[in-house]
Design a protein around this ligand. Sequence first.
Ligand SMILES: CC(C)(COP(=O)(O)OP(=O)(O)OC[C@H]1O[C@@H](n2cnc3c(N)ncnc32)[C@H](O)[C@@H]1OP(=O)(O)O)[C@@H](O)C(=O)NCCC(=O)NCCS
Length: 403
Amino acid sequence: MTNAIGRYEGAWDELVGLLRLGFAAPWSDEQLATEEKMWDPARSIVVREDKELAGHTASFAMTMTVPGAQLPVAGVSLVCVSPTHTRRGILRDLMRAQLTELYEGGVEPVAVLTASEPVIYGRFGYGLGSDHQTITVPKESRALRPVAGIENVRIRYADPLEARPVTTRIHNEEALGRPGMFHHDERWEHYVGSENVVTDTSGASPLRCVLASVDGEVTGYAYYRTRRTTKGFVDVSRVHARDLASHAALWQFLLNQDLLSETTYEQLPSDDPLLALLVDPRAPKPVTADGLWVRLADVGKALAGRTYAEEVDVVLGVTDEFLPWNAGRWHLTGGPGGATCEQTDRPADVLVDVRELGAVYLGRPSLELLGAAGLVEERTAGALAATSRAFLGKRLPWLDTGF
Ligand SMILES: CC(C)(COP(=O)(O)OP(=O)(O)OC[C@H]1O[C@@H](n2cnc3c(N)ncnc32)[C@H](O)[C@@H]1OP(=O)(O)O)[C@@H](O)C(=O)NCCC(=O)NCCS
């Protein structure tokens, strides 16, 4: 038996067979049609054993906000190894081939993904770059502190498909200022929109869309489903607003529905104003979940591709066991206006593994926090604190859509 790694030459249906087995899930026809529209065979890599499809990885071309810029990145997805072929190193081979292609392509210096299991990707140099909160708010704890202007916000229903252009516009405005969010082009608009209209099989209602508006101008939106089992639930899938009053009005609506006693949301930003506005701060019982995993495929281009909160001039001694071209000393200079990052012979001020660079790339957590955990080493007094301040972003990174 011989294993061969290479470009995917097969048809979508063959890949569907692998996905259904690997993810141990039924995958509805609607879901699969949505994935197929995003899928680009030219970005797919497979391992075959003889002719049998043994493993697959793909990536989507995406534009992601990083501190001070929007960057082309590879959104890694549809990663799967056949249950008959797991734990033989096939994923490792796929990851290496994919990251090598990105490096050699020279266009997307960063790869990002969401992990089915959080322990898998660190070994390949992915760092945890964003988190979010899963919340459940009982209706009796729905009271919010006063918000100026909330009484001027009107909430009304809209058709989810017809509302797509306006909700996408609001999404993209917010994405500009929030690291970890993606710009939604027409293709993404369809992907996210389709995900929204996919029939839910858990007995939930069709997707509902509400728009917030002030003086006739749309200022925010929310997507949610309702579900009645032993209790009644409002399952929120997205909330975006241009201003605090609209944001609070949307939440006020979502938290207070007749016959429904709990409101859930799996992807609340960790800095969402809702957490400060709830009169009962214990009510939402937030549980932190991992969001976006970030991998610098090309350390030089990636670090030069974002801006820095303060002037920085530091030599980073980078280790990278998986991608040897990243290992070595890198001179990073820059500030709020831009940066350069070149290889150098100068001694390192800070020693850091590429995984930790991925973790801090979007602006949080701080490099100092990782240093306190023994994951970053200071070689020049004061260099860690200064570099850490420079890497901080203005807003917490947040992933609002799956892929
Ligand atoms: C996750 C998956 C892709 C791993 O593929 P694989 O070919 O078995 O992985 P490899 O043999 O290359 O393993 C590489 C390393 O990751 C570890 N690893 C792989 N999957 C793991 C898992 N689910 N949990 C813990 N460790 C895992 C292996 O033990 C190995 O560790 P080592 O570096 O210490 O030797 C495969 O199990 C799969 O397809 N699972 C179902 C679908 C899925 O979850 N896809 C990922 C979507 S994000």
